[in-house]
Design a protein. Structure first.
Length: 128
């Protein structure tokens, strides 16, 4: 194993594949969105990971744009009854939010690892 840092593209591809951000081989998840304790291949401890609400925010914004735009176009062109809207858009909402959520979370984790992002800290300067 080399200590060479992956490129941003390699990190992004590892993230989208839901693999370890360091080696790209081990699994990142133990469940649907539950992270594993560590990489089974290189042993990287996943305790540093803090994706927060970032993945959900990106997915909600993208899914919202897709669903609202589609619903408005269908409403203006065809003016269907409300039950048709429910039949069309509820499944689309589920598909556009749940399916990409796992990949988006692991993408943000891989980029966090690549850029060595960590919680910000304030430093105190002693004026004396």
């Amino acid at each position: 194993m080399t200590d060479k840092l992956p490129t941003v593209t390699e990190s992004a591809l590892r993230g989208l594949a839901c693999k370890c951000p360091r080696c790209g081989k081990g699994k990142l998840y133990a469940g649907f969105l539950t992270l594993a304790q560590r990489c089974t291949s290189c042993g990287l401890d996943y305790a540093f990971i803090d994706a927060g609400d970032g993945p959900a925010v990106f997915i909600v914004l993208l899914a919202g744009a897709i669903v609202v735009t589609s619903a408005l176009i269908v409403e203006v062109k065809y003016q269907p009854p409300y039950w048709v809207h429910a039949v069309l858009w509820l499944p689309l909402i589920v598909v556009t939010t749940l399916l990409p959520l796992r990949a988006m979370k692991s993408l943000l984790i891989a980029l966090q690892f690549h850029h060595k992002a960590a919680e910000g800290q304030l430093t105190r300067h002693d004026p004396t």
